[in-house]
Design a binder for this molecule. Structure first.
Ligand SMILES: [Zn+2]
Ligand SMILES: [Zn+2]
Length: 339
């Protein structure tokens, strides 16, 4: 099969690799219908994380081709969506809704899903079957549920977005944009998007943003304060992972408010005195996307939401290197790879 391998920073190749096999009786093998490149894949691509001949990709939708002897609920022929963490969905942590911390979790990025086929561990717990074979027009949105929508959704929940709340969103990548969509679905009254790119501002508004702030850092915080009678937002989503973004999120939050942080943290160090004086709730980390998949799949199936709009470039898997380049140069927000 064809599979994306990152040989080193900036060096992405699509290679012939052995087809995956069932290794554990709880595994399934899926044939990918589509996969995509994640903002987090850019950290190793840019040399900000070590990488050496690493298979890539952790977002996936596809059709089940084979199941292990202990798989009970997932069947051959099912169209399935799964999260970037494989999880049993039965341990105490999963049952509490934190499947990203499952005691048996497997990080899908270590197996790679930018490929024609993939082995999915803990298939019964990890995969959610759609109500039927999806129309081709639904595939981008179902793929978005695998990570960026689920992550944006968790961020909005962690920030306690809801009716009567003003939500601010730091980061206008796919996760931030879908955090806006999530906040809107959860009933937020007002949604302030930080963005300085006109195309992303337009999508932010389409997903539910009511106000756009182009300033960053302390100037961005000042603008949010101006828009909220000097108080700050009730709920703030942090979807970048840098020091500036994290502090912008904390400082944009009113006393007693909530920050939901899902940007993969890179050298973020929150000063204790500023945290102490902020008086805000902080919750975040790797999103337990699996918790939300049944609900998100239904919203997509009913065409209530269309998160697939975050994909603004579609390429065949064989041209993955061009997709990495486009995301690195910011000419694309998120790249879908057809398989
Ligand atoms: Zn991802
Ligand atoms: Zn578990």
């Amino acid at each position: 099969m064809r599979q994306v391998v990152m040989h080193g920073p900036g060096n992405v190749q699509v290679e012939d690799r052995e087809d995956p096999k069932i290794l554990e009786p709880t595994d399934a093998i899926i044939r990918l219908s589509a996969t995509c490149i994640c903002g987090s894949d850019l950290w190793p691509y840019r040399g900000a994380e070590p990488v050496d001949h690493q298979v890539m990709g952790h977002e996936y939708v596809g059709v089940v081709e084979e199941v292990g002897s202990e798989v009970r609920t997932i069947k051959v022929g099912d169209f399935v969506v799964g999260s970037f963490w494989a999880s049993d969905n039965t341990c105490e942590i999963c049952q509490a809704g934190y499947q990203a911390y499952c005691v048996h979790r497997v990080l899908m990025g270590t197996l790679g899903t930018q490929s024609e086929r993939a082995r999915i561990p803990l298939a019964d717990g990890t995969l959610v079957a759609t109500p039927g074979m999806p129309d081709a027009s639904l595939i981008p949105s179902l793929l978005a549920a695998s990570d960026v929508l689920g992550t944006g959704w968790f961020a909005a929940v962690a920030a306690e977005a809801g009716p009567g709340k003003t939500v601010a969103v730091v980061g206008d990548g796919a996760v931030g944009l879908l955090g806006i969509l999530a906040a809107r679905q959860l009933g937020a009254e007002r949604i302030i998007a930080f963005s300085r790119h006109t195309d992303r501002q337009a999508l932010a508004r389409e997903f539910g943003a009511t106000d756009i702030v182009e300033e960053r850092g302390d100037h961005g915080v000042e603008r949010v304060k101006e828009l909220t009678a000097g108080l700050g937002a009730h709920s703030v989503i942090e979807a970048v992972g840098t020091q500036e973004a994290m502090m912008q999120a904390i400082h944009s939050t009113r006393a007693g408010g909530h920050v939901g942080f899902v940007g993969v943290s890179h050298d973020v160090a929150v000063p204790g005195d500023e945290l102490f004086m902020a008086g805000v709730h902080l919750h975040g980390g790797p999103a337990p996307v699996r918790q939300y998949l049944p609900e998100l799949i239904q919203l997509i199936w009913d065409r209530t939401i269309d998160p697939g709009k975050v994909f603004d470039l579609t390429l065949p898997l064989n041209r993955a290197a061009e997709g990495y380049q486009a995301m690195d140069k910011r000419t694309a927000t998120k790249v879908l790879l057809t398989v």
